[in-house]
Design a protein around this ligand. Structure first.
Ligand SMILES: [Zn+2]
Length: 280
């Protein structure tokens, strides 16, 4: 009887853990949705803003259809390790803890129903792993890229873009907008461009290094030209007077560019001596 009880409890534990894992797998990932949202903001939304248009009513990529849209608007972070919940004012060390807090305490704020979209489900054609650098690509993965599979993905991307075109614009405007969206969002779905990251940001430290290197290069060029000009200018002069009382006389050797320096009075005495020899 006791053995039966233990066996039953073990089975119950296994089933419960299995259910939990399945729930975790089925749940829309907040972090991947965030990456997808960020990519869309830099590409799809950016074009819509520039064209001063709103996506069509059927569009799955409308920001307010993102199931975590309200939660994302209720985040506030002044510094990297301080994330605040604007629903209740609690603070957390990182964004992941704040996400867990939303799941545990503010579950009702997540959009549900037919309008709700899990943006993480759009990560395949948005290339979330490539853009967020969460996946290291191997040589063989690139070498064995299947153009046919990417063509299917590109078609999916193009169909979603088509569904987002507003209905009130002219056909010419629709085609132009579709071309822009295809170029910015879907055109990377080829074996040649799949691993490119058009949104890669240069770290601030590297920017500073480039800036300093730029200053040194410009300074080097200026110094080079100043030295070159002064050298050419010096060639034009036979004698140059120095403030320290020295007179520089050009060498008599025709091919030489060197100068011989004498103290002022010594140079005069030499010239006097030469004059005396010439008089003889
Ligand atoms: Zn809260």
């Amino acid at each position: 009887m006791r053995w039966n009880m233990e066996w039953f409890l073990s089975l119950l534990t296994v089933v419960t853990l299995g259910q939990l894992v399945r729930c975790e797998e089925n749940r829309c990932s907040r972090s991947r949705s965030r990456v997808a949202r960020s990519i869309l903001d830099k590409s799809f939304q950016d074009i819509m803003r520039k064209e001063e248009l709103s996506p069509g009513t059927e569009c799955l990529l409308k920001p307010e259809r993102n199931m975590y849209w309200d939660d994302e608007r209720h985040k506030w972070s002044e510094i990297a390790n301080n994330w605040n919940c604007l629903y209740c004012g609690k603070s957390f060390y990182n964004e992941q803890f704040l996400d867990k807090h939303y799941d545990n305490r503010h579950g009702s704020t997540v959009l549900t129903g037919p309008e709700a979209v899990c943006l993480a489900d759009h990560c395949d054609y948005l290339r979330c792993d490539i853009i967020a650098s969460t996946k290291k690509t191997s040589f063989w993965e690139e070498a064995l890229c299947k153009q046919k599979d990417l063509l299917v993905l590109r078609k999916k991307c193009q169909n979603i873009m088509k569904s987002c075109i507003p209905s009130h614009i002219t056909d010419a405007e629709k085609n132009s907008l579709l071309d822009k969206l295809d170029d910015t969002v879907c055109s990377f779905l080829t074996c040649e461009k799949y691993w490119e990251n058009p949104y890669k940001e240069v770290p601030p430290s590297r920017t500073a290094a480039y800036f300093i290197a730029g200053i040194f290069t410009v300074f080097g060029f200026i110094m080079y030209y100043v030295m070159a000009c002064s050298h050419l200018y010096a060639d034009e002069k036979e004698f140059l007077g120095d403030s320290d009382g020295f007179v520089r006389e050009r060498s008599k050797l025709p091919d030489s560019r060197r100068y011989v320096s004498y103290p002022t009075n010594q140079g005069q005495s030499i010239r006097n001596r030469q004059g005396m020899v010439g008089d003889r």
